[in-house]
Design a protein around this ligand. Structure first.
Ligand SMILES: [Zn+2]
Length: 139
């Protein structure tokens, strides 16, 4: 299970709508294992730009995050991105690029510029499958 605060979910939905018709992306920083709790979002540039239905998270954001979180209780627990005019399910492209099976993928489906659904998944490229992760909010 992943626990995400409503303010964070709202921020991700807003980013997804602002990036439309392109994909937004960013890192999820958090703590814990069962459940994993999101503590912060780190928005990142999508280096794939307007090249269509994919994203390429700026690797510098990841490197900076790993460096600054070293020795703290927080870690990079996953990332988020949007699917313009798509569902909140992982795409074949996502699965092909899922190199880190421990990361949680938060995906926002955006239709006509409106974020309609957010789901969490774990993707395993080696096994060629994705599995849903329960998403809970807290107030
Ligand atoms: Zn995707």
């Amino acid at each position: 299970m992943i626990v995400v605060e409503p303010t964070h979910l709202k921020a991700i939905a807003d980013a997804a709508e602002a990036a439309y018709p392109n994909e937004c992306c960013g890192l999820l920083v958090g703590t814990g294992r069962r459940p994993v709790r999101v503590t912060r979002l780190l928005p990142a540039a999508n280096l794939a730009g307007s090249s269509g239905n994919r994203f390429e998270l700026d690797p510098r954001v990841r490197l900076d995050a790993e460096r600054s979180l070293r020795g703290t209780a927080e870690r990079v627990i996953g990332h988020y991105h949007s699917h313009p005019d798509g569902s909140a399910l992982p795409s074949p492209t996502d699965l092909a690029e899922a190199w880190e099976p421990e990361l949680i993928w938060l995906i926002v489906g955006v239709v006509d510029g409106q974020a309609i659904q957010t789901q969490a998944h774990r993707l395993d490229r080696a096994l060629g499958r994705s599995r849903p992760v329960a998403l809970a909010t807290r107030k």
